[in-house]
Design a protein. Structure first.
Length: 378
């Protein structure tokens, strides 16, 4: 009995020890497997992080390389423009004296003959125009070929003689997308060849300049465009000119505007050929109205343009259009805004007759008007 009990006890102990050994082996293997998996996972994370870092650095370098390439290629064709004009000023005793007013801006060389595109406000009323090439070594006297206050564009010309001028490559502003790279080159505050970068923030912007006129379909960018940048180039990543910079809202921060290059091409062609852009003219100062304004001022209609001034001697003046009249249609084409009115007028020629639908004191009227040629400084 004692022997049998002892054998059984010994046999049970062996089984117990065997189970312990197996458990230790399995546990060690499991711990090793988990450790191996964690190490592999950490290596993957580290590898992914390194890959992402390389990709980000590569993207940053490729963007910087693109900007540097564009600047090297295009900057020589961007010029500095300085102007002088004589201005008559009166002192406290009403004595009049002449004073020389200086101005500056930028320009873009568009061909080997010396034609340069800039803003109208850069050279407006200038008695002297000096064009300085980007290297600063050569300068030329500039002559006004033509200007267009409506689009704030002008063309001037220099005589390069035997000098071979650098010329920009023209792009297509119809293919622009919000968010794409924008590079501005100009001469802000007199500093030559200054480059700023950003993106195209918006397209089709309208900016009011005067009581009656404004720039429409403008390119908006966050690339800094300051006084002196006016007339410089806005470029895409391929170095193509997509717009002509115009600094007209000096107080704006982080907002710059450029005239689309397709508009520039059309206006420039006409300025070189004729010295001016001939447009039909109605002769009113007016503002767009909408349903909110119509309700606030108890107007008879919810859309159209509200006339607040009729220019003496204009086509509108001759047919007795009056302050307070609301134009709702031109030849049955609905007028929803001043921009729409301007677009419709461009479909006509000088001396064409148009039929206006207006509301005066709440009553509908039809008036026929013969369009005239728009004055240069309207």
């Amino acid at each position: 009995m004692d022997s049998l009990f002892t054998d059984r006890k010994y046999s049970g102990l062996k089984v117990y020890l065997l189970l312990v050994v197996i458990a230790l082996l399995l546990g060690g293997g499991l711990i090793y497997f988990i450790s191996l998996q964690q190490t592999h996972s950490q290596q993957e994370v580290k590898s992914n992080q390194e890959t992402k870092t390389v990709k980000v650095e590569s993207h940053r370098l490729s963007k910087e390389d693109a900007i540097i390439t564009v600047v090297d290629k295009v900057a020589p064709a961007i010029v500095k423009i300085t102007t002088k004009k004589e201005k008559i000023v009166s002192d406290f005793f009403a004595w009049q004296t002449k004073r020389t007013v200086k101005g500056q801006g930028s320009g873009v060389i568009i061909d080997q003959d010396g034609y340069i595109v800039t803003n109208n406000h850069v050279i407006d009323q200038a008695d002297q125009i000096k064009v300085i090439l980007s290297d600063g070594d050569k300068s030329y006297q500039g002559k006004i070929v033509g200007r267009d206050p409506v689009t704030d564009l002008a063309v001037i010309k220099i005589n390069p003689g035997s000098e071979k001028l650098p010329v920009v490559k023209i792009g297509n502003s119809n293919n622009l997308e919000v968010g794409q790279l924008a590079i501005a080159i100009g001469n802000p505050y007199g500093f030559s060849e200054t480059v700023t970068t950003g993106v195209i923030s918006a397209l089709g912007r309208q900016i009011q300049l005067q009581k009656s006129t404004g720039l429409i379909n403008m390119i908006q960018t966050d690339a800094a465009i300051n006084p002196g940048n006016s007339g410089g180039a806005l470029l895409n990543s391929q170095g193509e000119v997509i717009g002509i910079n115009t600094a007209i809202i000096e107080q704006a921060q982080g907002i710059g505007f450029a005239i689309p290059i397709n508009v520039v091409k059309e206006i420039t062609k006409e300025l070189i050929a004729k010295g001016e852009v001939v447009r039909p003219w109605l002769g009113i100062y007016a503002s767009s109205i909408n349903s909110k304004l119509a309700k606030e001022y108890d107007l008879a209609v919810k859309h159209g343009v509200y006339i607040f001034n009729v220019i003496e001697g204009s086509p509108a003046f001759k047919v007795n259009l009056q302050n307070g009249d609301i134009i709702t249609k031109i030849d049955q084409k609905i007028i929803t805004s001043m921009a729409r009115l301007k677009d419709i007028l461009q479909e006509y020629q000088v001396n064409d007759k148009i039929n206006l639908t207006i509301y005066r004191a709440g009553k509908k009227k039809e008036i026929s008007v013969k369009l005239a040629k728009m004055p240069q400084d309207y």
